[in-house]
Design a protein around this ligand. Structure first.
Ligand code: 13P
Ligand code: SF4
Length: 297
């Protein structure tokens, strides 16, 4: 069986398989750790494995490589990217900084290594509020997700969040609407949404959480409509077998679904695709990521 072969090869190579909560169920099943961006970044920093197979999208594997320059980090599908991360360029960050010289730059981990190298600190959806609260600066350039920026602004009203770029969003989460919330309620569900959803959806939901936060908090209610990638409902059903979790049809991050267990097997057999980050960029990005990890949540 392919799953047995993957486990055997991973043990032989001292490889750890990390998978994001949006990965296909069969990929989640063969992983050593399934988690949100923050949990996986922490795991990548702490692992004693020689090889990290990152089942997710490129910025996640890049983050793992930046934290472990001496380890081999494999991204099984090279084309697995994140359109939100690609909406921001380092030039845009530098230009915004020159217009707001007193502001701190907080970048969501869903950004390129080149952008992270320009940041003061990174954040994930699990710790964005804590990261912003930890800063002395009152003005915060925050990007590239403006909806997450709105969420942070509501939670930390004493700061001034300046979105970078204005209107940056994830195409998967931007599509959720008040209608999805209404349909959930009509089924008798509580509604949980990811903070990448539009502000009006956040405000109408019962819970706003990172994908890891959903795992931690979904035990509090027996039925949920889950406003994020549909694969999250597989993860939640595994954690809470008695719970009922409704996805929204068609809510899928295509990039997250590119990786199959054949690709994981291929990565272990061939060492493809080896993630490389320029040493100077990695050193600058590492400071911003490690500063975030020191804060955790
Ligand atoms: P989490 O950090 O909540 O897992 O989110 C990552 C992501 O890409 C959401 O679209
Ligand atoms: Fe990027 Fe959105 Fe996919 Fe998350 S769900 S990886 S933010 S495109």
């Amino acid at each position: 069986m392919k799953a047995d072969e993957i486990r055997r090869m991973a043990a032989e190579q001292n490889a750890v398989i990390l998978a994001h909560n949006y990965q296909r169920p069969e990929v989640q099943d063969i992983a050593d750790v399934v988690g949100d961006s923050l949990e996986l970044a922490i795991k990548a920093k702490e692992t004693t494995a020689d090889v990290i197979v990152f089942c997710g999208v490129d910025f996640m594997a890049e983050t793992a490589k930046i934290l472990n320059p001496g380890k081999r980090v494999l991204l099984p599908v090279r084309e697995a990217t994140c359109p939100l991360a690609e909406a921001l360029t380092p030039e845009m960050v530098r230009e915004a900084r020159s217009r707001h010289p007193g502001a701190a730059v907080v970048l969501y981990v869903n950004s390129t290594a080149e952008c992270k190298a320009e940041a003061d600190i990174t954040c994930t959806s699990a710790n964005a509020v804590g990261v912003v609260r930890s800063l002395e600066e009152e003005e915060i350039l925050f990007g590239p997700d403006a909806n997450l920026g709105c969420y942070v602004q509501r939670m930390v009203p004493e700061k001034r969040i300046i979105p970078l770029p204005p209107g940056g969003h994830c195409p998967v989460h931007q599509r959720f609407s008040l209608d999805d919330v209404k349909q959930g309620r009509e089924r008798g569900d509580a509604v949980v949404c990811h903070p990448e959803c539009p502000p009006e959806v956040q405000q109408a939901s019962d819970l706003i959480a990172s994908t890891g936060g959903m795992v931690r908090e979904a035990g509090g209610h027996p039925r949920w409509t889950v406003l994020t990638d549909a694969a999250m409902t597989y993860r939640l059903s595994r954690e809470f077998p008695g719970g009922v979790f409704h996805p929204v049809e068609g809510a899928e991050c295509e990039d997250m679904k590119l990786t199959t267990i054949d690709d994981v097997l291929h990565a272990l057999r061939t060492g493809e695709y080896n993630v490389e980050v320029d040493a100077d960029i990695a050193a600058r990005a590492r400071r911003a990521i490690e500063r975030m990890i020191a804060i955790r949540r």
